[in-house]
Design a protein around this ligand. Sequence first.
Ligand code: DQA
Length: 136
Amino acid sequence: MKFLFINGVNLNMTGRREKGVYGSQSLDDINAEIAAHFKDDECQFFQSNIEGEICTALHNADADAIILNAGAFTHYSYAIRDAIAAIDIPVVEVHLSNVHAREEFRHKSVLSEVCKGVVLGFGKNSYILAAESFKL
Ligand code: DQA
């Protein structure tokens, strides 16, 4: 399968910010583990802190499935929501942390409704579990 893993705003700081919440591994290290786990599949990785670039990545995606951690954009980006709705590729929303056990503003996702599913709270394994769901 062809997987596209998209990470949004501040996810490039993973491993350097709030380690108690997001862990101490960098995004590159996490992506390397994902690629190793899915060694028989094609894995593409994209990260941007710019909302419009995430939308463009969704529009131009060449993948069977997209795994998206939009970071804080999750909670308010109608642009990313519309970009997900505009494409036919299934998108799974993921989060490293259990957003429901955190601040109230993180409990609301404007993306979930247009996603195939949501996986959250399992650290880097959230990405792997989300992609594995397409292989069952
Ligand atoms: C996050 C949760 C978001 O609320 C937060 O803004 C992030 C990371 C997560 O992976 O747990 O940047 O998406």
